[in-house]
Design a protein around this ligand. Sequence first.
Ligand code: NAD
Ligand code: UDP
Length: 311
Amino acid sequence: MKIKNILVTGGAGFIGSHLCKSLLELGHYVICLDNLITGSISNIQDLKRDNNFEFVKHDITEPYFRDNIDQIYNLACPASPLHYQYNPIKTIKTCTIGVINMLGLAKKNNAKILQASTSEVYGDPKVHPQKEDYNGNVNMLGFRSCYDEGKRCAETLFMDYKREHNLNIKIVRIFNTYGPNMTKNDGRVVSNFILQALNNRNITIYGDGSQTRSFQFIDDLIVGLIKMMNSDFVGPVNLGNSAEFSIKNLANKVIKLTNSSSDIIFKELPEDDPKRRRPDISLAISKLGWAPKTELETGLRKTINYFSKEN
Ligand code: NAD
Ligand code: UDP
């Protein structure tokens, strides 16, 4: 295998840090570009000892110049609702100006570029499960719009750079992913529930807990991302685990697996919170030969183990 120079934007974040690690294990040279707005140096501390790893503190909304880049994984963007709503204009800038900067870098280097898009492009979907040809049901005016519409615009930009400049692009729509290196207090449901349970605090369910999500363990996603980058397929392709769970069911699983004495309490459901979400992954199976392998309880055990040490 030819060793490649690979740029990972958002490489100090949850998904990015796992991706950098896997790419280093495959023998590549990895440049991790991150402004640390939601990521953390502790996620990449071990990787910094590797001579094939380079960390560059940089905000992708500013142009970045570099030669000899073979591949770009564009992961830079806050991902938890709490984080992306904290500075919504910055979130949109990252998804538009930042994406244009990275597409320009790919064009100059004739590099392949992969966009980490999201199941949020389907909004609060009216079609189940969600296939890639579903155009979604997105509110462009609400609190989640900076992220949902930002990511939709990023997909458009990717397609236009392909059409106008024949750029070698890939679009991946990632569904809820969890695992070690998730930020402790970013408000996402898996980390929230695990930390609450480990500390025997109340488990906070928003709404009545009947809303569903499909949870994918990080290791499965990383395999899918690398397969997609090295395939001939442009996408968009859904990468997620098609097992669907209600949030209430998730809370009970976490309580059981942590032996916690936590009680469940119910809080107000945030605006535009999607009611159901489940990927149709037949395209990923047929085009990439990829399907997730980790069942929810197995992945939760590994994540609980990580948070018990961090707690
Ligand atoms: P994360 O917040 O842990 O990581 C995002 C990283 O991007 C952080 O390290 C952050 O500092 C960096 N970043 C943000 N804005 C930046 C900018 N302007 N310039 C440079 N760096 C910047 O989130 P994550 O869960 O690892 O998500 C990574 C990517 O995957 C995001 O693009 C997200 O939209 C996408 N995604 C994640 C999920 C999920 O469930 N985790 C689901 C769908 C899509
Ligand atoms: N959620 C919850 N309690 C929490 C955090 C989240 O009930 O402490 C719910 C949230 O309202 C949503 C689901 O869990 O219905 C998933 O939320 P998350 O923020 O993890 O991801 P997203 O909504 O982006 O899928």
